[in-house]
Design a protein around this ligand. Structure first.
Ligand code: 3PG
Length: 391
C-alpha cells in the first residue's frame, strides 16, 4: 500500500479538509464514549499547529439523506471538541453554499455529512464540491474506511492533494501485525447490533482464526441455524442458511464456532424488567435473549485465557442496560486479564471498554467497527484505491 501522509505535505496556510470518524454512540442525549473524538485530537492539533485552516467532517449515525434531523446533529461532538481543544469549534451547516472564511490554525466542524444528498452513493458532483473547499484532503476516518462514499472516497479523486491521516496509518499498521504475523491460537469475538453487516464478513474471518465467538444477534442467528428456538430474540432470518454453512465449513476446517449454552432473557428490552437465566434449550416463545449466561461466560473466558491473539468487535449483550451488561463486562475483563495480543474496535465496543475501564489492558484499540472487520477479513480496504491513485 502506497500513500502520502501528513509529513509529505506542506500544510501552512492551506485549507485542509479532514475526514474523521466522529460517529460516537449517543444515548438519551449523552455521548456514551468519546474514544473516537479523543483519538482524533492529535491529528487536529497537528494540522492546526502547522498553520493549516482546518475543516473537519464526519458522519453521525444513519439519518435520511437530504434532510436535517436534530438527533443526528454533530452539535454534542462540537461541544466536546471545543472542551478538549480549549477553543470554540463552530459547527457549520452551510459550508456547501458558503466556504467558511478561516485564518491559519482555525478549526471548524462541518455538520453531519450524511445530511447531504448523494453522500452515500458517492455522487460525483458532491465529491467535487467537497474537493473545491480544500487544498488538501486528509482521510483519517479509519472507522469509515470501508465506505466508498463522497466524503471518504470520491472527494479524494478531485482534491488537489490527498493523504492518509496519522490515526488511519497507525490503525492500519497495528491491524497489519495481526494479518501478517498472528500469534496462535487466535480467537475473534464478534457481536453488536450491526448483525447482517458483520455476519457476512465471518466467512473469511473464520478462516483466519482458530475460534470464533459470535455475540448478540449474530449468535442468535447461529443458534437458529443449529436448530435452537430463540423465541422473540433478534436474529437475521435471511442469513440463517449462510450461518448453517459457516458452521459446516468450520467443522471441515477444524475451527470452532462457540455458541452460548445459557442466556439471560426477558420479555422486553427495558432497564427495569425482570430477567431469568435459561439454558438455550429452554427459551420460551416470548423470551428475548439479551445477554449471555454465567456458564457461557466461563466457557468463553477459558478460551480467551488460552489465546495468544484476541480480536474483539461488538458487545455480547445489550450492555447499555445494567441488567444485560454482565456478559460483555466479563468478556472484556477476560481480555483485559489475558497475556495475549488483543485488538478491540467498534463504536459499541469502545463504549463498553470505557464503561468498564478496560482500556489499559487492551493492546490496540481501534476506532473501526465494520472497517476493522473488513480489513482483517480481506486484508485491504476500498480507500486504498483512492489513496494510491493520488501518490
Ligand atoms: C461505524 O460505526 O462502524 C462507522 O462509523 C461506520 O458507520 P456506518 O456503518 O454507518 O457507515
Amino acid at each position: 500500500m502506497k500513500y502520502k501522509t501528513l509529513e509529505d505535505i506542506d500544510l501552512h496556510g492551506k485549507r485542509i479538509l479532514i475526514r474523521l470518524d466522529l460517529n460516537v454512540p449517543i444515548k438519551e442525549g449523552k455521548v456514551m464514549s468519546t474514544a473516537r473524538i479523543d483519538m482524533s485530537l492529535p491529528t487536529i492539533r497537528k494540522v492546526s499547529q502547522a498553520g493549516g485552516k482546518v475543516m473537519l467532517m464526519s458522519h453521525l449515525g444513519r439519518p435520511t439523506e437530504g434532510q436535517f434531523t436534530k438527533r443526528y446533529s454533530l452539535n454534542l461532538v462540537a461541544d466536546i471538541l471545543s472542551d478538549c481543544l480549549g477553543q470554540n469549534i463552530p459547527l457549520i451547516d452551510d459550508y456547501l453554499l458558503n466556504e467558511p472564511p478561516l485564518e491559519n490554525g482555525d478549526v471548524v466542524l462541518f455538520e453531519n455529512i450524511r445530511f447531504n444528498e448523494g453522500e452515500l452513493e458517492n455522487k460525483e458532483s458532491l465529491s467535487r464540491q467537497y474537493a473545491s473547499l480544500c487544498d488538501v484532503f486528509v482521510m483519517d476516518a479509519f472507522g469509515a474506511a470501508h465506505r466508498t462514499q463522497s466524503s471518504t472516497y470520491g472527494v479524494g479523486f478531485f482534491a488537489k492533494e490527498v493523504c492518509a491521516g496519522p490515526l488511519l496509518v497507525a490503525e492500519i499498521q497495528a491491524l497489519s501485525r495481526i494479518l501478517k504475523h498472528p500469534l496462535r491460537p487466535m480467537v475473534s469475538i464478534v457481536g453488536g447490533s450491526k448483525v447482517s453487516t458483520k455476519l457476512v464478513l465471518l466467512d473469511n474471518m473464520m478462516k483466519r482464526v482458530d475460534t470464533l465467538i459470535p455475540g448478540g444477534g449474530i449468535a442468535n442467528t447461529f443458534l437458529v441455524a443449529s436448530g435452537i428456538d430463540v423465541g422473540n430474540s433478534v436474529y437475521e432470518a435471511s442469513l440463517v442458511e449462510f450461518s448453517a454453512k459457516l458452521i459446516q465449513s468450520a467443522r471441515e476446517l477444524g475451527k470452532n464456532i462457540l455458541l452460548p449454552e445459557d442466556v439471560v432473557v426477558a420479555d422486553r428490552l427495558a432497564a427495569d424488567v425482570s430477567v431469568a437465566v435459561k439454558p438455550v434449550s429452554d427459551i420460551g416463545m416470548g423470551d428475548m435473549i439479551l445477554d449471555i449466561g454465567p456458564k457461557t461466560c466461563e466457557k468463553y473466558r477459558k478460551v480467551i485465557q488460552a489465546s495468544q491473539t484476541i480480536i474483539w468487535n461488538g458487545p455480547l449483550g445489550v450492555f447499555e442496560f445494567e441488567v444485560f451488561s454482565q456478559g460483555t463486562r466479563e468478556i472484556g475483563q477476560a481480555i483485559f486479564d489475558s497475556n495475549g495480543y488483543s485488538v478491540a474496535g467498534g463504536g459499541e465496543t469502545l463504549a463498553a471498554i470505557e464503561q468498564n475501564d478496560l482500556a489499559d489492558g487492551i493492546s490496540c484499540i481501534s476506532t473501526g467497527g465494520g472497517a476493522f472487520l473488513e480489513f482483517l477479513e480481506s486484508g485491504t480496504l476500498p480507500i486504498f484505491t483512492m489513496l494510491e491513485q493520488s501518490v
